[in-house]
Design a protein around this ligand. Structure first.
Ligand code: DP6
Length: 342
């Protein structure tokens, strides 16, 4: 058995969305974004040097193997990292998600964050994250990670995280706004379709600017980000909730009015959003939704409302309840001998 670098990297859910790129080649977004790092939804990735001539990637549990003959996003990212950092040794990568890949939950944030850290950890023989950060400070890791997938750079830190757009693509950075323990917020993830989306996020970003509503959105984002951050800092959910719902719907309005238009939200999900607003009014539950580029809905709320909400969900939406998540403290890295599926 040879030692493997093992990384567990969380997914994240954006409260102020990244939708639109200024420059895809440098992974420079149009605007700063803000997300909550998750805990239960994660990717675990093991990396070890191999004498093979190509990188090897296998998706454990699904038995789905691929090599660099079959071009994939992961291989492309490994090639980018080795070029950028000057490592020529090929890697054997094993990876798994804590959630089914076909579920519609964004796996690119956790997946590309885990892959970046595991590959760099294996190449530098780091035994923990602090050691890796000595060689590659967090902003360097963020640059590497977002070249794989933009939202993945926010998964490098725990709690509430801001990805600052900066004045130039080199000026971007990630910042932890509050640590995980700042606020006990749950995220009840609901799934409304198992089908893969027909337009990927990367393709969608490029369409955003064609929406006639895009300029108005961008003009208001700085102020919105400040409002959301303040509501979060003050732990004021009745202020935060309406802001995040409006923000998610605004992003989907951009999607639906771009050329060509993209609709990620299935009819059942729309029904659910109306239901949530109704139960909020009738039961006084402070729980609000947000959505990614998909038809899964994240219902966020303070822990004290979870029990009542769960009862109502079990009653009306049992089939659509997917995963209960919460705020997480960011990725971990260690070294192990065997792949342990836990
Ligand atoms: C809707 O990070 O998946 O989830 O950078 O092209 O990989 P690429 O896009 P990606 O876009 C995520 C978009 C979003 C909103 C967000 O997470 O901020």
């Amino acid at each position: 058995m040879s030692p493997k670098c093992r990384v567990r990297a969380p997914s994240n859910i954006a409260l102020v969305k990244y939708w639109g790129k200024r420059d895809a080649s440098t992974a420079w977004p149009t605007n700063s974004s803000l997300s909550m790092t998750l805990s239960t939804a994660f990717t675990e990735t093991w990396a070890e040097p191999t004498k093979a001539r190509e990188h090897e990637i296998s998706f454990v549990r699904t038995n789905h193997a691929t090599t660099s003959q079959a071009p994939s996003r992961a291989i492309k990212h490994l090639d980018f990292l080795s070029r950028e950092c000057g490592f020529s040794t090929k890697l054997k990568i094993s990876t798994r998600n804590s959630f089914p890949m076909a579920s519609g939950i964004a796996s690119s944030a956790s997946g590309l964050c885990a892959l970046t850290l595991a590959a760099l950890g294996a190449w530098t023989h780091s035994s923990n994250l602090a050691e890796l950060v000595k060689t590659f400070p967090i902003d360097k890791l963020a640059r590497f990670t977002r070249m794989g997938s933009g939202s993945a750079c926010r998964s490098l830190l725990g709690g509430l995280v801001q990805w600052h757009v900066g004045e130039s693509s080199d000026d971007q950075r990630v910042e932890q706004i509050t640590p995980a323990h700042h606020w006990d917020i749950f995220d009840q993830i609901m799934i409304f379709s198992n089908e893969h989306k027909t337009v990927s996020s990367s393709e969608g970003h490029l369409l955003a600017a064609s929406s006639p509503m895009f300029a108005a959105r961008v003009a208001g984002l700085k102020e919105k980000l400040a409002l959301v951050t303040n509501a979060w800092r003050e732990r004021n959910f009745s202020l935060l909730g309406p802001l995040i719902e409006q923000e998610a719907l605004e992003m989907h309005a951009i999607m639906m009015t771009s050329t060509p238009p993209v609709n990620y939200i299935a009819p059942k999900a729309w029904e659910f959003l109306t239901w949530l607003r109704e139960v909020r009014a009738t039961h006084g539950i402070q729980a609000f939704f947000t959505l990614d580029a998909g038809t899964n809905v994240h219902v966020l709320g303070e822990r004290k409302y979870l029990e009542v909400l769960t009862k109502l969900l079990r009653n009306d939406w049992e089939q659509n309840i997917f995963m209960l998540d919460e705020i997480g403290s960011g990725p971990t890295l260690d070294v192990c001998e065997e792949i342990d599926l836990g």
